[in-house]
Design a protein around this ligand. Sequence first.
Ligand SMILES: Cc1ncc(COP(=O)(O)OP(=O)(O)O)c(N)n1
Ligand SMILES: Cc1ncsc1CCOP(=O)(O)O
Length: 517
Amino acid sequence: MTSVDYSLYLVTDSTMIPESSTFLKQVEDAINNGATLIQLREKKLSTLEFIERANKVHELTKKKGIPLIINDRIDVALAIDAEGVHVGQDDMPASIARKLLGPNKILGVTCSNEKEAKVVVDEGIADYVGLGTVYKTNTKKDVKDPEGTGPIGIRRMLQVLSQYQKKNGKKIYSVAIGGINHSNASKVLYQCSLPDYSLDGLAVVSCIMANENAAKATSDLAELIKSKPEWLKNISTSSSEAKLENKIKTLIETKPLVHHITNNVVKNFSANVTLAIGASPIMSELAKEYEEFASAIPSLALLVNLGTPSNDLMDIFKHAIRVYNKYGKHIVFDPVACGASKERLESSRQLLNTGQISVIKGNVGEISSIWKLTSTYQKPSGDEKSLMQGVDSIAELSEEQIVQIGREVSIDFKVVVVITGVTNYVIEGLDSLQKVKGGHPLMGYITGTGCSLGSTIAAFVAAKADGTSKPTVNIFDAAVGAVELYNIAGFKAGEVSKTPGTFMTNFIDQLYSCTHI
Ligand SMILES: Cc1ncc(COP(=O)(O)OP(=O)(O)O)c(N)n1
Ligand SMILES: Cc1ncsc1CCOP(=O)(O)O
C-alpha cells in the first residue's frame, strides 16, 4: 500500500444526513473537498445492502485515489476489494483480521486507553489507531469514557506509540476521534501532541455528515488542519530579557482586567492586590456574560482558582475556559490543593482537558499532583515514576527534581509553570528557568497571598494586549515579572512588619508603591 494521508478522515453515518442532501452526495462532497480517507460505517444494513453501498462509495473514492476503509466487516471489505478495515476492541481481533486481509490492506484499530494502545503496539500489525473518544459525542453512545479521554488521555496513548516507534523504528499512524468539529479541531491537534510525536489526522463523523453544506464543512476543516490558529502561534516564546520596570510600565499603561473565578476565602484580598498593582479585578460566576467580556475587552485574562470547588463551579470554569480560548485570551490556572483528594485531581484533569491554559501556578505539592496527569509520568518503557525514586514525600524532593517535574508539566500541557515556595521557579519547557527568591515568612500567615499571586500573573499576561485582540505576550516573561514584583513587595513589607495584620496592609502598600511610585 502506498503512503496514506490520514489528515482528514471521514467516518460515514447514514442516519444523520440533512433532508436537503443524500448519503452519497455528502460523501462525494467530502471526497471532492479535502477528505483524505473514507470509512464506511454502517450498523443497520443487511450484508447485501452494505456491499451495494460500499461499491458505490468505492466508485467515488477510486476516482480520487482515496482509500476506502470498511468498519467492522472484513467480509464486505474483501467482497468489494476495499483498501482496508477498521476494527474496535469488541470486534474481530486485529490478529485474525490481518490474517484474513493479508499484509497489504490497511488495518485500523480503536484504542481508548494506554492499555489498549500497548496491546496494539505489542501485536505490531495495525497500520493505524483511532484514538478516542476525545470529547463527548452524540454520534456513538457505547464508548468507554462518555465524557471523553480528552487531550490528556490522547497524549498518554501517543506516548505508547512514540516509544514503540523509538524502539522498533516502525510507525503506527494515529487519528483522534470523538466530538471533533470546526471549533475544536485546531486545539485538538495542538493539545494532542508530544514534543516529538503528533497525531497524523482527525477523524470526524457528524461535523461533515450532518452538515447542510458538506463541501464547505470539509474544505474548512481541511484548512484548519493545515494551518495553525493565530491564538496558538503567539502563545509563548521564551526569553527573559525584558526588565521588570518595563513590564510594570506596560502593566500600568494597559490597566488590564483580571476576571477571577476564585475561591470565596480570598476574593476580597485578591481584588485588593489586583487594584494595588494597577490592574482591575472582576469577580464573576455568571457564565452568560463571559462571551461579552472575552469578545470585547482587549486586555483581559482569566484566573481559574480551584480553592472552593463545587459541581456548579466546575461547569462555570469549563464554560469560561472554552470562551476565553475562543477569543485567544490567556488563562492562569491555580489548582489549589489538587492533591488533597482524588476528586480535586479529577477536577483539575477535566479543566486541563477542556482547553488550553497559559500558566499553571502552584506549590510543589500541587504541581507534583498535576505531574501525575502527564504522559511522561507513566513512561511505557518501565521507568515509571523514576523521578520520584527513593522519595517518600514531596518535602524530600531536591531542587533538580522539582524543576524536572515543572519541566514535564510545562512540556506536556504546553504551559508556563510557576512553582511557589521559599524559592519560586518559573519554568517553560527544557530551556527556560528563572528562580525568584524574596518574599517573607509572614506571607504564610495571610490567607490569599498564594492565590493573589495568580491574580498578579494574570494581570501581567494580559498586560501587553495593547488594544489589540491578539495576545502578544511572552508568557514566560510576564510570569517572571509577576513573581518578581510579588516577592519584592513581600520582602519589603516584611522588613517593616512584625505581625501578620500589619504585614497585610504593608504588602498591599508595597505592591502599590512598586508599581506606581
Ligand atoms: C478512525 C476510527 N476510530 C475509531 C472508531 C470506532 O470503532 P469501534 O470501536 O469499532 O466502534 P464502531 O465504529 O464500530 O461503533 C472508528 N470507527 N473509526
Ligand atoms: C465512530 C466513533 N468512534 C469513536 S467516537 C465515534 C463517533 C465520532 O463522531 P463525531 O465526530 O460526530 O463526534
